[in-house]
Design a protein around this ligand. Structure first.
Ligand code: NAD
Length: 288
């Protein structure tokens, strides 16, 4: 297939490279020269205009920072530039309302389109092991899946347009809550005189089992290797968690969902991200 890829940053760069590895022809566009150079090194054909990159393609994939940028890229450079009948796939994490609006406009212009945000960070993007949560019609999902498969370990149809973004923000709200809870429990065990490693050994096999404790332990030297063992560098930046929690709180407000712990986690990350200096989100344990 011929695929346009727009947004070749930390995540998009590796994802586009995996499409090339799978044998696709990839037209790449990004506003940053550095991203374009790297894409060229990975076998993409680079363009200095997003609309030109979309000419004659079978699919368009976007991996961009925000809903406003996604909307402006699709409306300004994809609709009317990609051939009618191309499948459009937005992998960015954005708000549910904008995702639905852009998909509805795409359908009106004759395209199949899905929202397909990801779980997994830069390592998963580079390694082709992302999980895609996809919102859109059955037909659009099946077409998008063929494009997404080489970039992920799982491609899951979440439901109608916007369902991918819904799954993503609910998942990350849960992740924030469990990360803070894990940090609290590890620190409290320590203060009560229980070796955190011993607590890990017990709770990771008990009802305290959860991903932040078992697979991403936020204390150095405890549990599996994680960003905590690398001075909290790498991984999933606290600022990105703050972004996802802002989206979650906005969505909760829109539908009147009651999320007291999500709200508290959002407040904690709002403050922590400001001072985190780019550290992984598990470094929130330092504030406890
Ligand atoms: P990034 O800032 O590294 O990359 C974004 C890229 O988009 C940049 O290269 C930027 O130049 C480009 N860009 C911005 N505006 C553009 C425009 N109008 N046209 C073309 N290119 C434009 O961000 P990232 O970490 O790659 O994240 C991308 C998306 O993936 C975000 O929505 C983020 O929330 C989501 N995400 C990130 C991670 C992660 O661990 N980094 C994990 C899951 C999801």
């Amino acid at each position: 297939m011929k695929i346009a890829f727009i947004g070749l940053g930390n995540m998009g760069g590796g994802m586009a490279a995996n499409l090339v590895k799978a044998g696709h022809e990839v037209n790449a566009f990004d506003l940053a020269d550095e991203a374009l150079h790297s894409a060229a090194e990975h076998g993409c054909t680079t363009f200095d205009d997003a609309g030109a990159a979309c000419q004659g393609v079978d699919a368009v994939v976007t991996m961009l920072p925000s809903g406003a940028i996604v909307k402006s890229v699709y409306e300004g450079s994809v609709f009317g530039h990609a051939p009618a009948g191309a499948v459009l796939i937005d992998c960015s994490t954005i708000d549910v309302a904008t995702a639905r609006e852009v998909i509805s406009n795409a359908e009106a212009a004759g395209y199949d389109m899905v929202d397909a945000p990801v779980s997994g960070g830069i390592a998963a993007a580079n390694g082709g092991t992302l999980t895609f949560m996809v919102g859109g019609t059955e037909k659009a999902f099946n077409r998008a899946k063929e494009v997404l498969d080489p970039m992920g370990k799982a491609v899951i149809h979440a439901g109608d347009a916007g369902a991918g973004q819904t799954a993503k923000i609910c998942n990350n709200m849960l992740l924030a809550v469990t990360m803070i809870g894990t940090g609290e429990a590890l620190k409290m065990a320590d203060k009560l005189g229980l070796d955190p490693q011993k607590f890990f050994e017990i709770s990771s096999q008990s009802t305290g089992y959860c991903w932040p404790l078992n697979d991403y332990t936020p204390l150095p030297g405890v549990g599996k290797q994680s960003p905590a063992d690398n001075d909290y560098k790498g991984g999933f930046a606290a600022a990105l968690m703050r972004k996802d929690l802002r989206l979650a709180m906005q969505a909760a407000q829109n539908v009147g969902a009651v999320t007291p712990l999500g709200k508290h986690a959002a407040e904690i990350y709002e403050e922590f991200a400001e001072e985190s200096g780019g550290l992984d989100f598990s470094a929130v344990i330092k504030t406890l």
